[in-house]
Design a protein around this ligand. Structure first.
Ligand code: FES
Length: 554
């Protein structure tokens, strides 16, 4: 089974375990209501997870997820990895040790000794008999949850909808364990109080049949055998890695990077692993899982000698429209010397991987807004440089804030002008409505700024705004630190020209009729003009808006 398929199976198992954790935490959170509510929740929880199917799913998932994690640990040629991946591995590897006692003391004790592990007894143990174990258990749950959350984040972050959902998911990720812990504490306190009632503890023990001394010893042996087996398996994987490394050192290949950097690695090491081993920064947003395509390299020399790309690699390369000499560094394992050129900057972000691959550019319909201060050069002539910078920064704050409040993306703050995009993620109709709302807010914010600056300005600041919508090439462009999402194309030129026309018409806003109709605005009361526009057959109808307050909301 290839590494990518292994990861998929492991992901399926992880999904079962995540479901279990969510239900388990929800059950704990019922402690905030009462101990009885916890027990009722547990009744349903056990109906799922102690049924034959639930047992098979849960323990099958544990074996598959853990087993495949060890297999992937063996498969990777270097243990150098990004910090998030190292954290996820470490948390996952310590989990068996953290959870073994709890699983044996509840599930196995129920199965082997007929003990009833109802909340009252477990909480009595954690809160009254052995509070240090309760703390241990809380740590175990936090570790399991963090491990799961890292996995979910790195699994979902390529989805186009994820950036919009991440805030909500993050809130759930914090809220659920917090409520679970709070429920655990509330339930524990309730049990502590009940334990003070004469006869309550004896009745609980009689009703739940806790394991006797012999059974406890037997359960201890089960736990130790499990932990020993786990440590042996982990040790065997690490030993096998060592043997393989020694074996492979007999045959090595040279990988040539730009700037004549040469890395010599054993056969079987992927190009991405070679980069990591040599400390060469290399983009790998998905951590080498063959999902993001950001590690891709152009093979400058030795393409014919490389093993053929797997179907999965081919699919990923096809999705980004890669040229025939491009391969995924995390998937290709050279068997002869090869020269490669990494194609993406090491700092590339998840949003730049395919799916929302805006770095490569995509054509889509957007609304574009240009805004520019009128006559600011004359205002600036009578000011000290410090004052000019101060006023401009306050102006950019007012305009940028208005754009963002309306849902747009401000970019290109040049001179005293601003360009903003609307509808990149939400669609052009909503984008047009947002752009018009932003224009209104800009005018409002500017009026407030004029009042605030008052006498510092000889004449109030005035603005001209142009809005047009249509197809544009949208992408992350720029260099170094100055890479940002922007758009190019005729739609952008037209929007800029409409902003320029506000000087000619002496108005605050010129918008195209396309924008008005897509924003469902009635602009019939405003003067209409027709313009000739470069690269466009026919005329472009625009509306000249002198007072934005008269512009009805769409
Ligand atoms: S690192 Fe994501 S595909 Fe290679």
């Amino acid at each position: 089974m290839g590494a990518i398929r292994v990861r998929r199976v492991r992901l399926g198992a992880a999904f079962v375990l995540l479901t279990y954790l969510i239900l388990h935490f929800s059950n704990h959170a019922l402690g905030l209501v009462s101990l009885d509510a916890m027990e009722t929740g547990r009744h349903w929880f056990l109906a799922i997870w102690r049924s034959q199917l639930g047992t098979l799913a849960l323990y099958g998932a544990i074996v598959v997820h853990g087993g495949l994690a060890l297999w992937l640990l063996y498969q990777r040629r270097t243990l150098r990895m990004p910090a998030w991946e190292a954290a996820q591995y470490t948390l996952g590897l310590v989990l068996p040790a953290l959870l073994a006692s709890h699983v044996v003391g509840t599930r196995i004790a129920w199965w082997q000794a007929g003990s009833d592990d109802r909340y009252a007894r477990v909480l009595f143990h954690f809160w009254v008999q052995a509070p240090e174990r309760g703390a241990w258990q809380a740590v175990a749950l936090a570790v399991a949850w963090t491990h799961a959350c890292i996995g979910v984040h790195y699994w979902l972050r390529f989805r186009p909808w994820y950036p919009r959902a991440v805030g909500c998911l993050f809130t759930i990720a914090l809220l659920l364990p917090t409520l679970a812990l709070a429920g655990f504490v509330a339930g524990g306190r309730e049990v502590s109080v009940l334990a003070g009632t004469p006869g309550w503890t004896d009745a609980l023990m009689r009703a739940t049949h806790p394991p006797g001394a012999a059974e406890t010893a037997a359960l201890g042996r089960v736990r130790n055998a499990f932990l020993d087996a786990y440590l042996v398996a982990l040790g065997a994987v690490l030993a096998a890695r060592g043997v393989r490394t020694l074996w492979q050192r007999r045959r090595s290949v040279r990988i040539l990077y730009p700037a004549d950097r040469v890395v010599t690695v054993p056969v079987g090491v992927s190009v991405l692993e070679a980069s990591r081993l040599a400390g060469i920064p290399h983009a790998s947003v998905c951590g080498g899982r063959g999902r993001c395509s950001t590690c891709r390299v152009r093979v400058v020399h030795g393409l014919a000698d490389l093993p053929l790309a797997s179907l999965t690699e081919q699919r990923v390369l096809a999705r980004v429209g890669a040229a025939p000499d491009v391969r995924l560094a995390c998937q290709v394992r050279p068997v002869r010397d090869v020269a490669v050129l990494p194609l993406l900057a090491p700092s590339i972000a998840a949003a730049d991987a395919f799916g929302s691959d805006v770095r490569q550019g995509r054509e889509q319909e957007v609304a574009v807004l240009f805004a520019d201060l009128r006559g600011f050069t004359r205002v600036a002539e009578h000011k000290l440089p410090y004052d000019v910078v101060f006023i401009l920064n306050r102006y950019f704050e007012a305009v940028g804030g208005a754009i963002q409040e309306a849902g747009g993306i401000p970019n290109q703050f040049t001179g005293d002008g601003v360009m903003a995009l609307f509808g990149v993620e939400t669609g052009v109709e909503l984008g047009c409505r947002q752009a018009v709302a932003a224009a209104r807010a800009i005018v409002r914010h500017l009026a407030a700024l004029n009042r605030e600056l008052g006498e510092d300005l000889q004449v109030p600041l005035r603005i001209g705004i142009g809005i047009h919508a249509g197809p544009a090439i949208v992408g992350r462009m720029g260099y170094g630190e100055g890479v940002y999402l922007t758009a190019v194309g005729d739609t952008v030129h037209v929007a800029s020209r409409l902003e320029q026309l506000t000087k000619e018409y002496g108005c605050a806003l010129v918008l195209s009729e396309q924008v008005a109709s897509r924003a469902a605005l009635d602009v019939s009361a405003f003067p209409r003009h027709e313009l000739t526009v470069r690269n466009r057959g026919g005329l472009l109808a625009v509306r000249v808006i002198d007072d934005l307050g008269r512009l009805e909301s769409g």
